[in-house]
Design a protein around this ligand. Structure first.
Ligand SMILES: *Cc1c(COP(=O)(O)O)cnc(C)c1O
Length: 395
């Protein structure tokens, strides 16, 4: 049986934490596809239900494969507790339901995942929780948006698709000065590149669907934080309301974590190379990537992240026609809004992920018609470059 050694580095934690070998002596982690668990006696059943014996009862509450994934991710993020969920959205829902109540106010960065905006504006509002939005890199705006009833600051950094950064340490200090929690959606960086809890954040949420899986196979999410808020409050929502992860999906993510450090470094290296090349192209007006010295928060990225990540965006001088031409000239890249896959994806945000915004809202958010987002995969970077060059050279 492997015990968790707190001195282990991230790559070791990612491979060695969480699995307790069964008497079968399996080397790879087993999948416990079972919805319920059997008790040895009436007394044992009673002890499980009373909580006196912490063992398994029912898979909506606990499952050994799910627990292995939770323990591993908690060790990688440096949190006491982790609760896995059916999707990234249910991680954010369970966090909100577990830690907020009617009359509370939340402040969020403006450029967050689209469904998170809908969750906050359409659904949480029905339960008396209001949300205010600010630009993530404007600390004064965050402070000005905080009201006496604000209980949570929510940030996604780097932002999608423009890769603006929120200063996690400064936001944590601000949150704590106003009796608020700081929640960070760490989907883009993963603990391999950024550990918000070490920078003072209280809660980390994940869409495991993206880089934690890394190969676009399964939906899942997770919440990481302290034993009381996550282990009790958020877990309580999960075990009661039931957006529980499937043991099969938890196993995919558990195995995904083993290669996460390696993959995130490779995604970052390829994105860095591609970003530098794009900056040299005459059809390109601007490249947004935290690893470039031209990025306005390059210094913060170096301080806060271990590497700049796999996502970049660039603006074409020729507007929408040029952007669509580049997208349509690709033969290998996948035209899809998903990210965090071995396969490189290309998106025109203005007509897809941000298509439902008004042109004015898009202008405000910096989502121009000439903007293209690339989530750089793990193909040979020269081949990715060639696939983009076909469209760029024709402009
Ligand atoms: C995809 C995504 C989510 C939602 O996750 P699902 O697994 O699709 O529910 C939340 N936040 C970010 C940043 C995402 O990219």
């Amino acid at each position: 049986m492997t015990k968790f050694d707190p001195e282990w580095e991230l790559a070791t934690r990612a491979i060695r934490v969480g699995h307790e070998r069964t008497p079968e002596g399996e080397h790879s982690e087993p999948i416990f596809m079972t919805s319920s668990f059997v008790f040895g006696s009436a007394a044992e059943a009673a002890a499980r239900f009373s909580g006196e014996d912490p063992g398994n009862i029912y898979a909506r509450f606990t499952n050994p494969t799910v627990r292995a994934f939770e323990e591993r991710l908690a060790a990688m993020e440096g949190g006491e507790s982790c609760v896995a969920t059916a999707s990234g959205m249910s991680a954010i829902l369970a966090t909100s339901m577990g830690l907020l109540q009617q009359g509370d106010h939340l402040v969020s960065s403006r450029s967050i995942f689209g469904s998170t905006v809908v969750l906050f504006d359409k659904y949480l509002s029905r339960f008396g929780i209001e949300t205010g939005y600010v630009d993530l890199d404007d600390l004064d705006a965050w402070e000005a948006a905080i009201r006496p009833n604000t209980r949570m600051l929510f940030v996604e950094t780097p932002s999608n698709p423009l890769t603006a950064l929120g200063d996690i340490r400064a936001l944590a200090d601000l949150a704590h000065a106003h009796d608020c929690l700081l929640v960070v959606d760490n989907c883009f960086c993963t603990p391999a590149l950024q550990r918000p809890l070490e920078l003072g954040a209280d809660i980390v949420v994940h869409s495991a669907t993206k880089y934690i899986d890394g190969q676009g196979r399964a939906l899942g999410g997770a919440v990481v934080g302290d034993a009381n808020r996550v282990g009790e409050e958020v877990f309580g929502v999960l075990r009661t309301a039931g957006p529980t992860i499937s043991p099969f999906n938890a196993w995919i993510f558990l195995k995904g974590l083993e290669t996460l450090d390696l993959r995130m470094r490779a995604h970052s290296a390829a994105a860095g190379q591609l970003a530098a090349w794009l900056e040299q192209q005459s059809a390109v007006a601007r490249v947004h990537y935290p690893g470039l010295p031209s990025h306005p928060q390059h210094e913060l990225a170096q301080r806060q992240q271990k590497a700049p990540g796999g996502i970049l965006a660039f603006e074409l001088k020729g507007g929408r026609d040029a952007a669509w031409q580049v997208v349509d000239s690709t033969r290998m890249l996948s035209i899809t809004a998903n990210l965090g896959d071995t396969k490189t994806t290309i998106t025109h945000p203005a007509s897809t992920t941000h298509g439902r915004l008004s042109e004015e809202q898009r202008q405000e958010a910096g989502i121009t018609q000439g903007l293209i987002r690339i989530a750089v995969g793990l193909e040979d970077v020269g081949d990715i470059q060639k696939d983009l060059a076909r469209g760029l050279d024709a402009l």
